[in-house]
Design a protein around this ligand. Sequence first.
Ligand SMILES: [Mg+2]
Length: 374
Amino acid sequence: MKITEASIWGIHLPLKEPFVVSYATFPYMPSIILELKTDNGLSGFGEAVPDEHVTGESFEGAYELLKHILIPEVLGESPFNIEHIHQKMNEKLIQNPSIKAAVDIACYDLMGKASGLPIYDLIGGRAHERLTYPKVISIGTPEKMAAQCTRALEEGYKDLKIKLSGDVQADVDRLHAIRKAAGKGVPIRVDVNQGWKTADQAKRALSQFDTLDLDWVEQPLAPHEFEAMNELRSHSSIPLMLDESVVSETDLNRAIVSRAADKINIKLMKCGGIYPAIHMAKTAEAAGLTCQIGSMVESSIGSAAGYHAAMARKNITSTELTGPLLFSCDIGNLNYQIPEAVLNDQPGLGINIDRVALDELSVKYDEIKGDLTK
Ligand SMILES: [Mg+2]
């Protein structure tokens, strides 16, 4: 089986509401969808969601690099040669993990379809009975965020993930309002998205979070602050998770050596896909860390890929792949039943692609055919 053709769509996934984090506001999510076709008639889908702030990629640049640099490398290859494909991609491009993830996910979708198995069965099987997801609450006033949390719990969510701004007093007010609304015992995790500027500011904030019974605090400081993260860990009993600090396996090794984290938020878009994500989870496990599979707000394609990776590894203990719930129109049908994402046993990703929606949302499109004599 050889990959013979590729199609690429640059799409704008419409958000129900603008997505606000400490460093940016997104009115829609730009995404790159990849379809790889093989000489035996199979079709596999992958996705790249580039993000200048996290992966260092722009939508336009990532699209062109996928088209001109990576696709020529995979045409003629068997999707089963995933190690070899990653080696080739890494030799051609030092970074650009999201477009490597698009190729990786499409290859796994093809492997699954060729073998008649869901992706999780190819990479470890069902290590979890269920995969839950939290309600993610964007930055707003304490009253608005608390009301959103109350509504989420009424809808059946079991966990809350709160985005914080970095303004310590405002964040403390937000969290007190949310804890009061949610009541005791509801798991709450927070994401500061690098919002605290110094270790002292972070210490001050964490000491005021002590009574709030938080599950963990994610990315309190700038990505390079590994030593300060180690200092924070000795200062606070709240577990700390690294997200933007750990893009690649090299970063993970640095986090382990500097004892900078209790948990790692792995994202397929940061590390280059399912294959490197599983490798990172194993490395983290050896160092005694647990992992989460998060997302860059991806469609059903990237989100399903993340859930397959999470399903197959025991030390991936939480997931946050809620992109499809934020879109007013998606291109796939990943099955969300609050508070669980349900993976079926269909081959590959196990989702159907809505080609009409894909065409409607696209702002760029290209087809690349391979040299069949290769
Ligand atoms: Mg995060």
